[in-house]
Design a protein around this ligand. Structure first.
Ligand SMILES: NC(=O)c1ccc[n+]([C@@H]2O[C@H](COP(=O)([O-])OP(=O)(O)OC[C@H]3O[C@@H](n4cnc5c(N)ncnc54)[C@H](O)[C@@H]3O)[C@@H](O)[C@H]2O)c1
Ligand SMILES: [Zn+2]
Ligand SMILES: [Zn+2]
Length: 365
């Protein structure tokens, strides 16, 4: 392509640790080999965006935030065959390489060398931006690796579909892929934000018989019921470990999913699970956090202590399937969209998330 033109668009940037985000002019290059330029239609506000702004992920400021997005491919670079201009896509942060040691062993959902765009998006003065999770989609357009674009049925609402790009996929996958929840299981989910409620929805899809939602906020527990929780526990009012045991015949749940990322709730998850049960950590902790567990209990309780990176998803396998279930009315993705907002409202959306008023605020463009 000889007539490559950079695109100047508006994007939400975190310039330094803990300071409010601002909407800036950003420069998005035309796609080079293997890349795709995407016109963003929607992008959800995830807790991970706030972690970036607070310096909890790394120090590579300035960040271009936003990573739960859907949009239309506008242009592709040389060698791109899987997607074409006009395709409706969900952006993913797991464009598998096919060559790393995880991929070679047939476990591409762990891929250790996922692809991102080679070219950098920048501020107007040329400062290179670090796109959140290699996406950066609180912007009118973004540049990604073509493998980060997963084609799905365009009948889906962009605001709902985009959420599969991170938090909702992470939650559903934590239950189904990582936790291996199956019919008849008892499941407890600690922390019922967007990710936790998606774990609840995933547990219901998989046929769990009992799904216990644990949160400190009654509004969240109410919403959790809507996604399939059969029982709720407000852990400000009751000891969650005792409550989960009581609801499971004194045994604990087969699978306990921690969807907050805190030591005290991880310990609750550890203790609220049945013998030989599974704990799944999908919440993301910060570098200062530590846990202390009796090693004899780690041994004696058996089972599995697992982490769920992005719900152990394979976007090409899971996104189209989940969009089909959504279009059939079997997965309520719309229920995660608490409000739609503009690019200028992301900072306010962080505050609403903090106050527990929303599951997902979704920027629509
Ligand atoms: N593993 C992954 O791939 C992945 C992907 C996306 C997000 N995440 C992480 O998942 C976590 C949840 O994200 P979210 O967007 O749902 O966040 P959120 O803020 O919407 O939800 C957190 C929920 O936890 C509840 N909570 C807080 N403290 C609690 C406590 N002590 N006991 C019980 N409940 C408590 C809150 O009331 C809220 O409902 C974050 O850490 C996020 O970074 C992980
Ligand atoms: Zn790989
Ligand atoms: Zn996210």
């Amino acid at each position: 392509m000889s007539d490559r033109m950079p695109h100047e668009v508006r994007g939400v940037v975190a310039r330094s640790r803990g300071t409010k985000v601002s909407v800036e002019t950003i420069v998005v290059p035309d796609p080079g080999p293997g890349e795709a330029l995407v016109q963003v239609q929607s992008c959800g506000v995830c807790h991970t965006d706030l972690h970036y702004r607070e310096g909890g992920i790394n120090d590579e400021f300035p960040f271009l935030l936003g990573h739960e997005a859907a949009g239309i491919v506008e242009a592709v670079g040389d060698g791109v065959t899987d997607v074409a201009p006009g395709d409706f896509v969900i952006l993913n942060w797991r464009a598998v390489c096919g060559q790393c040691r995880a991929c070679r062993r047939g476990r591409p959902w762990y891929c250790f060398a996922t692809h991102n765009a080679a070219q950098k998006m920048t501020l107007a003065d040329g400062t290179e931006l670090s796109p959140a999770l290699g996406i950066g989609a609180f912007a009118e357009k973004t540049l990604v690796h073509a493998g980060q674009c997963t084609k799905v049925d365009p009948a889906a609402s962009p605001a709902a579909a985009g959420l599969l790009g991170c938090g909702v996929m992470a939650g559903i996958g934590a239950a189904i892929n990582t936790g291996g929840v199956t019919r008849g299981d008892s499941v407890a989910v600690i922390g019922c934000g967007g990710v936790g409620d998606a774990a609840i929805a995933g547990a219901r899809l998989a046929g769990a018989a009992k799904i216990i939602a644990v949160d400190i906020d009654d509004r969240k527990l109410e919403w959790a019921r809507g996604f399939g929780a059969t029982d709720t526990v407000n852990s400000r009012e009751a000891d969650p470990v005792e409550a989960v045991r009581k609801l499971t015949g004194g045994n604990g749940a087969d699978v306990v999913i921690e969807a907050i990322g805190r030591p005290e709730t991880y310990e609750q998850a550890f203790n609220a699970r049945d013998l030989a049960g599974t704990v799944v950590l999908v919440g993301v902790p910060t570098p200062d956090m530590k846990i202390e567990l009796p090693l004899l209990e780690v041994f004696g309780r058996g089972g599995a202590l697992k982490s769920s990176w992005y719900g152990d998803c394979l976007p090409s396998r899971d996104f189209p399937m989940l969009i089909d279930l959504y279009l059939q009315g079997r997965l309520d993705l719309d229920g995660f969209v608490s409000e739609t907002i503009g690019l200028d409202d992301v900072e306010e959306a962080f505050a609403k998330m903090h106050r527990g008023e929303v599951l997902r605020s979704v920027v629509t463009l």
